[in-house]
Design a protein around this ligand. Sequence first.
Ligand code: CP
Length: 305
Amino acid sequence: MRHLMSPLDLSVEELDQLLDLANDIEKNPEKYAHACQGKKLATCFYEPSTRTRLSFEAAMLNLGGSVLGFHSADSSSAAKGESVSDTIRVISCYADICAMRHPKEGAALVASEKSTIPVINAGDGGHQHPTQTLTDLLTIRSLKGRLDNITIGLCGDLKFGRTVHSLINALIRYHNVKFVLISPEELKIPDYIRDDVLKANGVEFQEVERLEDAMEQLDVLYMTRVQRERFFNEEDYVRLKDFYVLTKAKMELAKEDMLVLHPLPRVNEIAVEVDDDPRAAYFKQAQYGVYVRMALILTLLGIQV
Ligand code: CP
């Protein structure tokens, strides 16, 4: 039995196979429509979500399976003080696979240690969000045709942004990937990513504060939201929330084939006027999230079609 806590739980070969499977699902959805008949997915979400929870549920329904779960700590027995360990032991009796989101770093790992079914980390605090990373990799590979030889700009909240941390970990395994880390001083990438991941692996990166200084060299621009829920005080959030706003004018500085990605939800960091730009791929990215989660469910359940 396998769990997914981090994108590094999959080797590069396994990841490539998973992305190939996701592309096949995209092209031939009918082939997979009954692959999970009789199987149940539990979505245990202790934190709000639109895309991750609903795309997991859509993925299982597309595979002919069923879904059950809770969408907030308040609507589960966590509100009465039940531990994650006890909850997963019970969920293991009701479902075949579980996707879990929790505000505490490491919660999904704790669950996986007590679980008798595969557990997927659907986001744990500011730590990791591996299925968003699978979505991001599938989007880049499908739309750019490669995962190597790219320069990617990561912009916004690089301190608390778990999608950014997971994506860096995954992309450094590909050849000649360069990073431009675009953030205000207060939201710079944590030392454990800068030193232990980027520097330790000899990866080329630069840190800049102005988005305009990075635009012209990027193949992919990955925008992120400044996350109100991770701040300790409202004053800091208000000061930083509109630090970056991607506009049509800024897009004019970019390459003609640069991709704009965003894990969503967006607040103000991408102006709505950018949505019509053919380089804006964030809603396509959300669609790729369904295909890759279908591929992941099949893979972790050991189902071959
Ligand atoms: N990208 C993402 O994790 O979105 P949700 O918070 O809506 O799941």
